[in-house]
Design a protein around this ligand. Structure first.
Ligand code: SF4
Length: 215
């Protein structure tokens, strides 16, 4: 990576880390996903129940297999051939897991976490329930403010997520959100959350990684 690019990424990331800390989060910047892997494995107690949200970032870091190998029990249904009832049961388990592991759709320069969800289990578990929440985000998730965060989700993350999940939405056809033409049951976006400050009773660590990760 060119020194100018590295300088720019690290400067921006450090400003976001400072803003997150000012908002009460435990926040750390690591340059690579390998460093993030080591840090997160150390943050998760051995033997604990770990809920994992539908996050490409978490899978790209390789945490799922490593946790299983180490003996952690997981509450996650990614790519599993479960019935809807079984999936819902696992997602309810995530809400009371020892640790909940997820990414954030966007992280603002003033230290807020922006997310859009359909079912709500992911954003619900980020806010209250699990004893500890670990949020991992690549530098591609940094946005100026909540407005840009929602735009990012609707026009960058959502089309790729719909493609991944095999839905049928306007953003899949054009790459851009069209709220007027997107209605349930096809619509993926039902809930927007903006976590402005660390939720009062949730131990929350944000791991910002100096690489592009996830959608
Ligand atoms: S509201 Fe519909 S069109 Fe817009 S991003 Fe969500 S799924 Fe895509």
């Amino acid at each position: 990576m060119r020194v100018e690019k590295k300088w720019f990424i690290e400067g921006r990331a450090q400003r976001v880390i400072e803003a997150l800390r000012n908002n009460g989060f435990d926040a750390i910047y690591l340059q690579t996903k390998e460093e993030a892997f080591d840090k997160i494995m150390n943050l998760i107690p051995k033997g604990s129940l770990v809920g994992i949200g539908g996050s490409v970032t978490i899978r790209e870091i390789g945490l799922v297999d490593a946790l299983v190998k180490r003996g952690n029990k997981l509450a996650e249904d990614w790519l599993k051939k479960y019935s809807m009832e079984e999936k819902l049961s696992i997602r309810r388990q995530q809400l009371t897991a020892d640790v909940f592991l997820t990414s954030s759709n966007a992280v603002t320069e003033d230290g807020e976490l922006i997310n859009i969800d359909g079912l709500g289990n992911r954003v619900g578990a980020m806010i209250f329930g699990p004893k500890k929440v670990i949020v991992v985000a690549g530098i591609n998730k940094i946005v100026k403010d909540s407005y840009e965060g929602i735009e990012r989700i609707r026009n960058i993350a959502a089309p790729m997520n719909v493609k991944r999940l095999g839905g049928k939405t306007p953003c899949l056809l054009t790459g851009n959100c069209d709220l007027d033409e997107c209605e349930p049951p096809n619509r993926n976006c039902h809930i927007i959350t903006i976590i402005e400050k660390r939720p009062m009773k949730t131990d929350m660590t944000i791991v910002l990684v100096g690489e592009e990760l996830g959608f």
